[in-house]
Ligand binder design. Structure first.
Ligand code: GUN
Length: 296
């Protein structure tokens, strides 16, 4: 393997350490403990795993963790009432409503009912608009984690050609905005993009976020490019269940300059950035200086 491995697991541990230091300082100097509330509706197994992990890591960095678990048949009005109560609770600085929501709920309506300054997912329409216009916002966690790893590896990203494969609101679009904010020349590619291999071959930075196992082969990767693989896909191979990314790791690692593995790349950064966003939200709510290096 020629490429440098970008170790997201180690990087996430470093971010959590910085968050924990900042939390300790907030408690000691200001008597404030940041609080993160997570709302889970229903019993989706993957969501339950995420929520458990979020709660555990929140406590580990010294913050307060509140969980609201609602039945799958909870009415939208009852969910909105829980969000409203959290919006008005001064001990809560971050609110996350776990997605997907049951089909009878309007996800956009629910997300936009969260107070924008507590929207630690960065999904509220106000935060989307602020990010798009280069203003201070809450930034979606997975793209923020990718940006942190890219900045750490390269220093400045200015002038680099970046391709984001995937146009989701959660990853692709905010990732493109962040790269543009760091003065990359950005292409957003998707399922209708013509000649995707050639588009990817021009890129110094490739961010793959489509959710299709190993769809980017190594021969699409420019020699020396940095590859950030956001995909986490479960596949059956040789009779075993295996996690793979959107990039064919083995062949891409032969050509890339640096690459994130799956698992252990982008994945652990998402929750670390959620914790970082919660500290940021807590500092902003209290008019205090924000932690350096933990925001975009
Ligand atoms: N479901 C899967 N990932 C996420 C996430 O980052 N935020 C929320 N709210 N729901 C999710």
């Amino acid at each position: 393997m020629a490429a440098t491995l970008i170790d997201g697991k180690a990087f996430a541990a470093k971010v959590r350490g910085q968050v924990a230091e900042h939390v300790a300082r907030l408690k000691e100097e200001n008597g404030i403990t940041p609080g993160l509330a997570v709302v889970l509706v229903g019993e989706d197994p993957a969501s339950q795993v995420y929520v458990r992990s979020k709660g555990k890591q929140t406590v580990e960095v010294g913050m307060n963790s509140v969980e609201h678990k609602l039945d799958a048949d909870t009415s939208e009005a009852d969910l909105l009432a829980v969000v409203e109560q959290l919006n008005n609770d001064p001990s809560i600085h971050g609110i996350l409503v776990q997605l997907p929501l049951p089909k009878h709920m309007n996800e956009d309506l629910v997300i936009n009912s969260i107070a924008p300054e507590k929207d630690v997912d960065g999904f509220h329409i106000s935060n989307v608009g602020l990010l798009g216009t280069g203003q201070k916002s809450m930034v979606p966690c997975t793209p923020l984690g990718c940006l942190m790893m890219l900045r750490d590896h390269h220093g400045s990203l200015s002038g680099m050609d970046a391709v984001v494969i995937g146009r989701s609101n959660i990853v692709g679009k905010p990732m493109a905005q962040l790269l543009l904010g760091d003065s990359c020349t950005v292409t957003i590619a998707h399922s209708r993009t013509k000649d995707l291999p050639d588009v990817v071959r021009r890129a110094d930075i490739v961010v793959a976020a489509v959710g299709r196992p190993e769809m980017v082969p190594g021969d699409w990767i420019k020699e020396g490019a940095t590859v950030i693989d956001v995909g986490i896909n479960r596949i059956e191979r040789d009779g075993k269940t295996k996690l793979v990314g959107d990039v064919d790791f083995a062949s891409a690692a032969e050509r890339a300059g640096a690459i994130t593995p799956v698992p252990g790349g982008v994945g652990p950064m998402t929750i670390a950035c959620l914790l970082a966003n919660t500290v940021t939200a807590c500092c902003r709510a209290n008019g205090l200086k924000e932690p350096e290096g933990l925001t975009a």
